[in-house]
Design a protein around this ligand. Structure first.
Ligand code: HEM
Length: 411
């Protein structure tokens, strides 16, 4: 199979349920050139090295016109400027530092920790909501509403508005999918429209917070100032949109992939029920074994880069296949085995380097609490179909529905 065919197979929906054998093929050429000048990197050390390489840019404005056409630049030329996910230093670092001030160390080290009680309450209310049903769709009934409720509380966005931004968030997440069968310009147009509408919605809230700040992140972004000064209104908007979207689909997929994996490994599910402490290494192993972000398709080289006997020329588009790096036998012992006792587990599930996941502490806590509570409360849970139907998206990969049958809820 040629590398081009291989990539097409990876993006092909027919292989969504199990792309891992295709990644194993891909790793035979650690850095492969595709027909259209795209370079795909699939081995752990090469991905790790490029994620730390300042000659690789995340800035959307550096994407080649070809890549910009093939990939939706949903932030381009819309009401919203690029968020810090799509910027390079020094702009990236400044905005990330300013966003971190109200979220994590050194200024707000307790923020996520202090949310524990509230998160546990949301989880247990959602499980209570299963009522006396003996079958639920874990995605719609649990793993979607949970992180969405949490990110709304964190940002200070009224949960009643969820229905309004649900479809914008879905559209923006779908636009990340490099689906070769779709017209990229049409996809970009739709994504830009969604971003604009989300921007208009958020700007109303931001105006409110400016007048009457609360203790939420949106208020902190609007009013906060430190050594880096204050964010401009447009910077607040694009940062709030980034947090809202990033806090959506990814954690949904981690919880759904997690429950699917546990139901396929009932011995581990039983261990988690008996020992909630297992949740910590278990979630790390899930991030390695079934990462919600499978690949990063938006990097550009700023210089010629020699790597793995290949020269990636300046201006090339690069895809970093995190999920393949996570299964690289050169890095992980017996990588296709799901092993929550794995000690050496420096996975790529949250990326690495300067863009490593900003929300990782929150995402970890959410998944740990969610899976522990599901394991504890569901009586004899089992999958109704395996594999479940997946979302179209090859980048943010996870089940669209996860129907689970069970014999009642434990108290
Ligand atoms: C399981 C859930 C999650 C996964 C697997 C995940 C994964 C990732 C990955 C792989 C990156 C690196 C992107 C890159 O290098 O281009 C990233 C960045 C980011 N994530 Fe997450 N994420 C998750 C949850 C969250 C949550 C809950 C938030 C918000 C609270 C969040 C906010 C961000 C932000 C703001 C960035 C950009 C960081 C930067 O550019 O410096 N993520 N995430």
């Amino acid at each position: 199979m040629t590398q081009g065919t291989l990539l097409r197979q990876i993006t092909d929906y027919a292989n969504r349920a199990d792309p891992y054998p295709l990644y194993a093929e891909l790793r035979k050429t650690p850095v492969s050139q595709q027909g259209d000048g795209l370079f795909v990197v699939s081995t752990y050390w090469e991905i790790e090295s490029l994620l730390h390489d300042p000659r690789i840019s995340s800035d959307v404005r550096n994407l080649s016109p070809q890549a910009a056409g093939a990939l939706p630049q949903e932030e381009e030329a819309t009401a919203l400027p690029p968020s810090f996910l799509r910027l390079d230093p020094p702009e990236h670092d400044r905005l990330r530092r300013m966003t971190m001030r109200p979220f994590g160390p050194p200024h707000s080290p307790r923020r996520v920790y202090n949310m524990r009680g509230e998160l546990a309450r949301i989880v247990s209310d959602l499980v209570d909501g299963f009522g006396d049903r003996n079958q639920v769709d874990l995605v719609d009934d649990f793993s979607y509403p949970f992180p969405v409720t949490v990110i709304c509380r964190l940002l200070g966005i009224p949960h009643e508005d969820e229905a309004r931004f649900h479809s914008w968030a879905d559209t923006i997440a779908a636009s990340l999918d490099p689906n070769p069968d779709e017209d990229p310009r049409e996809r970009r147009r739709v994504a830009q429209q969604a971003r604009t509408e989300l921007g208009v919605y958020l700007s109303g809230l931001i105006d409110e917070r400016r007048g009457a700040p609360g203790d939420d992140m949106l208020s902190a972004l609007v009013t906060g100032h430190g050594p880096d000064g204050q964010m401009t209104p447009m910077e607040v908007l694009s940062t709030a949109a980034l947090l809202l979207i990033a806090g959506h689909e990814t954690t949904v997929n981690l919880i759904a992939n997690g429950m699917l994996t546990l139901l396929r490994n009932p011995d581990v599910l039983k261990r988690l029920r008996d020992d909630p402490q297992l949740a910590v290494p278990l979630v790390e192993e899930l991030l390695r074994f079934e990462p919600p972000v499978q690949l990063l398709p938006q990097r550009t080289t700023l210089a010629d880069i020699d790597i793995a006997d290949t020269t990636i020329p300046m201006g090339a588009s690069v895809w970093l296949v995190l999920a393949s790096g996570n299964r690289d036998p050169q890095r992980f012992l017996d990588p296709d085995r799901f092993d929550p006792d794995r000690r050496d587990n420096q996975h790529l599930g949250f990326g690495s380097g300067i863009h490593n996941c900003f929300g990782a502490p929150l995402a970890r806590l959410e998944a740990q609490l969610a899976l522990t509570e599901l394991a504890r409360r569901l009586g004899n849970p089992r999958l109704v179909e395996d594999p479940p139907p997946y979302r179209q998206n090859a980048v943010l990969r996870g089940p669209r529905h996860l129907n689970i049958a069970f014999d009642g809820l434990r108290a």
